[in-house]
Design a protein around this ligand. Structure first.
Ligand SMILES: [Zn+2]
Length: 181
């Protein structure tokens, strides 16, 4: 079973519906019974091109991180909400560390008036989710032992062999002919 979230569903005309995403993550997490919670998300690039932000620009990078951060935060908060166990030191430390790094990310957003998308609101929503996650995980621990959040990048076919390429760093490589696509 893949727990996949298409982010474009929550984007429209310069606005990202962070509440909608939070609800979607909550629902997804509540359906995962095992110890491992894996969430894949897609379509960051589509949102970036909709807002005319380059992925490797300062704001493009912050937007990409803000979205990942919000998914991660909501996943932790939802997992803590489901949990009814004694928290371990490790769980609390993990959430604390992520909470701290989320706050640092927020500190880096400046000149908000010029942004083509509500990055700040996404970051504040993530911080609020981390706040809850921290508070709840101190009480309940986390329901899932491992929580991973991964961006699925679009795959490309090799123009020579027409097989799916695989990604190494920023490059797509064909496993048959070795071409970089
Ligand atoms: Zn090839």
């Amino acid at each position: 079973m893949t727990n996949r979230v298409d982010l474009l569903k929550f984007y429209s005309a310069g606005r990202f519906d962070f509440d909608g995403l939070i609800m979607a993550i909550e629902e997804l997490v509540s359906n995962v019974d095992g110890e491992q919670l894996m969430i894949n998300y897609t379509e960051v690039n589509e949102i970036l091109s909709g807002t005319n932000l380059k992925r490797n620009s300062a704001h493009g990078r912050i937007l990409a991180r803000a979205l990942a951060n919000l998914i991660f935060a909501s996943a932790h908060r939802s997992s803590a909400e489901m949990s009814k166990q004694k928290p371990s030191r490790r769980q609390i430390d993990t959430v604390q560390r992520k909470y701290d790094s989320s706050m640092k990310l927020t500190d880096r957003v400046v000149d908000t008036m010029k942004l083509p998308i509500n990055i700040n609101e996404i970051l504040f929503a993530a911080n609020r989710e981390w706040d809850y996650a921290l508070e709840l995980s101190r009480k309940n621990g986390l329901r899932h032992r491992e929580i991973t959040v991964t961006e699925l990048l679009p795959t490309t076919n090799c123009p020579h062999c027409n097989v799916e390429t695989y990604q190494i760093g920023a490059n797509h490589i064909c496993g048959l002919c070795g071409a970089m696509v």
